[in-house]
Design a protein around this ligand. Structure first.
Ligand SMILES: O=C(O)CCC(=O)C(=O)O
Ligand SMILES: [Fe+2]
Length: 336
């Protein structure tokens, strides 16, 4: 949650003066392990290294938010700030293409048990996730350590292998923290490859995010409708509310906060035709407060299936050509 008070003024204010200017230059690489790729983020959990953003994109990102946020709170329990766009126009396309081309993705399958019946779920979009909850952090060698003492966390602490947020996503996270006053330790990335990819009605009000979580949600690429509707309540509040349709376009950001997650549902429905087939990336920044959040996010956004990567010649996500079932540690050392 936000450390600073979140006033309307804060969201209407001109781009904050305190915004950290993030240098376009890349860090020195003298201390990179042998074989590590220069100007790239690598980690033993990554199937392959992720290049840093080109300096021109970093420089222009310093001009975000490109517009002032519009507060949408004219319905019960609804608390949104909508930036149309947040990411400057000049870099929307390049940033979209960069992230689609460079990130690794998953098509997660899992089963849920409702009573005696087990149902197989095929997540209808590509996903990937980076981050660790507030109880832990990554040290300079990429090891997961205790957030306060900095000591190693026992291997058994997490079933999953938390992944640090790579530079190419982390820059947007820090800029968004500075502009909103909210803190984020997770980046969840969705890729909707066509109108057939979707996310059904849900709310992100898991206990592990704490009360009234703030979630910043970015769109890059194709425009897709974002639908919202109030949850049914005993008092039938929902009858006093009307559903919302926000046609999220490339560069837009919607900040959901306050009671939005506990009282409203949101979705990206399937669509036929239109620009959906050009592909859309969604990045949500969130703040997980406990270890259960980390376990949940990796289970449902990485899972244990194969890695996908964008194939520029076929113009589609393809299973990654790396060795199946074996991670490539070539550019990063495995912490002991
Ligand atoms: O793609 C979007 O805009 C929404 C994604 C979302 O709701 C989620 O990942 O929880
Ligand atoms: Fe969501």
């Amino acid at each position: 949650m936000a450390k600073r008070p979140q006033t309307l003024d804060a969201f209407f204010a001109p781009p904050p003066a305190k915004r950290a200017r993030v240098e376009a230059s890349v860090t020195s690489h003298e201390d990179q392990p042998d074989g590590a790729q220069k100007d790239a983020s690598s980690h033993y959990t990554y199937p392959f290294a992720l290049p840093h953003l080109p300096p021109a994109i970093c420089e222009t990102l310093n001009f975000a938010p490109a517009t002032e946020g519009r507060v949408i709170n004219d319905q019960p329990d609804l608390d949104l700030v909508y930036f149309e766009p947040y990411i400057p126009k000049d870099i929307q396309r390049e940033l979209f293409e960069f992230l689609r081309r460079e990130l690794f993705f998953y098509r997660v399958k899992y089963s849920i048990k409702r009573g005696p019946t087990e149902t197989q779920i095929n997540t209808p979009r590509f996903t990937t996730v980076f981050g660790v909850d507030v109880t832990s952090r990554f040290d300079d060698d990429g090891r997961v350590v205790d957030a306060t003492m900095g000591g190693p966390v026992p291997k058994s602490t997490y079933k999953c292998d938390p992944r640090p947020i790579p530079q190419c996503v982390d820059l947007l996270r820090t800029l968004t923290e500075n502009a909103t006053g909210c803190k984020f330790n997770f980046a969840l990335v969705n890729y909707y490859s066509s109108g057939n990819d979707s996310i059904s009605y849900h709310s992100d009000d898991e206990k592990f995010l704490g009360p009234e979580p703030a979630i910043a949600s970015f769109t890059l690429g194709a425009k897709r409708d974002f639908l919202m509707k109030h949850k049914p309540t005993p008092e039938n509040h929902s009858s006093e509310t009307k559903p919302l349709k926000l046609p999220l376009a490339s560069g837009d950001m919607i900040l959901m906060k306050g009671l939005t997650q506990s009282r409203w549902l949101h979705s990206i429905p399937k669509r036929k035709g239109g620009e959906a087939d050009k592909g859309r990336i969604n990045i949500t920044f969130r703040r997980a407060m406990v270890k259960a959040g980390t376990e949940n996010y990796y289970r449902y956004n990485v899972g244990d299936g194969e890695v996908y990567q964008w194939d520029e010649s076929r113009r589609e996500m393809r299973p990654w050509a790396g060795v199946a079932g074996q991670r490539s540690y070539s550019s990063a050392s495995v912490p002991a």
